[in-house]
Design a binder for this molecule. Structure first.
Ligand SMILES: [Mn+2]
Length: 337
């Protein structure tokens, strides 16, 4: 069980427990291009619903990433273009997890909120509060922490499979407790999940050994294009459309790739640029005091302080030049150490 000090009961959390308790049908949704946090939370909440004999539909706008498929074992994950008609009505609840904007959720979620509760649980500071109940806590290192606390505070508790899914949600978002977002509270959640049956070494082994040789070759191409600038404090690499085609891999296979740049001594600002059909998707990571979000917002993006993203609608060479310029400007604001 979580200690008294680790739980942050909020009116929103209690209201969500009530809404979930009353609803007969649960539509549990992960966000577009799903990561470990949204997938782990969706898996845990869907399993809870099944355990409580609710009519559960689990899905999202994009398929689950291969790396996290084991969390969905025995459940059906539906790729949804829009909110299914059966989920618009008083006996339903729609649950959006780790989803900062309605754009990142399944289409029609705003429209559905006029006739059915839409529960929005998230830790992104820029969450648009598009739900009918919004529980947003930017101090949580993962939405998985919030769900752990909610389940621990409810009469339902956490079973072993739910605990595993929530543990994965937490460690994938806070870098195995190594990012500054990881707090005492994160560790307390992990302890409580271990007490419910999650075994960190088992989960780490599954998460670590999950890449195909093709994905490793794709990463190799990006790594070979590493470019340092801003006095060695910023670094970037890129992947073109050809790289994705040649390797028979998908865009989701770049999850985690940007982090390698921060392994270079001295690098505090890192970016991975991936070419898409309508521009260049940029994943940004920084170490304090640098802000990834400050760079992302210049190009209309957003996210967390140290992990953000944006899309630059330009060919790769032009996008790289614009991005380098902005990263140089950002680096110039902080004295070299
Ligand atoms: Mn998250």
């Amino acid at each position: 069980m979580l200690s008294e000090t680790s739980v942050f009961p909020s009116d929103e959390m209690n209201e969500i427990i009530d809404v979930l308790d009353r609803a007969v049908k649960w539509l549990v949704l992960s966000h577009e291009k799903p990561d470990g946090d949204t997938t782990g939370c969706a898996a845990a909440v869907a399993r809870l619903g099944i355990r409580l004999s609710k009519e559960v539909t689990l899905g999202g706008p994009d398929p689950c990433h291969e790396q996290y498929e084991f969390l969905l074992d025995g459940m059906n994950f539906r790729i949804l273009r829009e909110i299914p008609a059966g989920f618009i009505g008083g006996d339903s609840a729609i649950i959006c997890l780790d989803t900062s904007t309605a754009d990142r959720a399944v289409h029609g979620v705003i429209e559905a909120s006029s006739s059915c509760p839409v529960i929005n649980i998230d830790h992104h500071p820029d969450n648009e509060r598009f739900g009918t109940v919004n529980w947003i806590d930017a101090t949580a290192s993962a939405t998985g922490e919030m769900i752990t606390e909610m389940l621990s505070s409810s009469p339902w508790g956490v079973d072993k499979q739910e605990a595993e899914a929530l543990y994965v949600a937490i460690v994938t978002d806070n870098g195995d407790f190594r990012f500054p977002s990881a707090t005492v509270r994160s560790h307390e959640c992990a302890i409580s999940l271990m007490e419910s049956g999650a075994v960190p070494s088992r989960l780490a082994a599954i998460l670590e050994a999950s890449l195909s040789s093709e994905v490793l070759r794709l990463w190799g191409r990006a790594l070979s294009r590493t470019e340092l600038f801003a006095g060695g404090r910023a670094a970037v690499y890129w992947l073109g459309l050809d790289d994705f085609e040649a390797n028979g891999v998908t865009r989701g296979d770049t999850n985690g790739l940007v982090n390698f740049l921060l392994k270079i001594k001295g690098v505090r600002l890192a970016a991975l640029c991936s070419e898409t059909d309508d521009g260049v998707r940029v994943n940004l990571r920084t170490r304090p005091p640098f802000s990834a979000r400050d760079v992302a917002v210049v190009f209309g993006g957003g996210g967390h302080e140290l992990a953000s993203g944006c899309t630059i609608k330009a060919p790769m060479s032009e996008a790289l030049a614009l991005l380098r310029l902005e990263m140089e400007r950002n680096a110039a604001r902080h004295p070299a150490d």
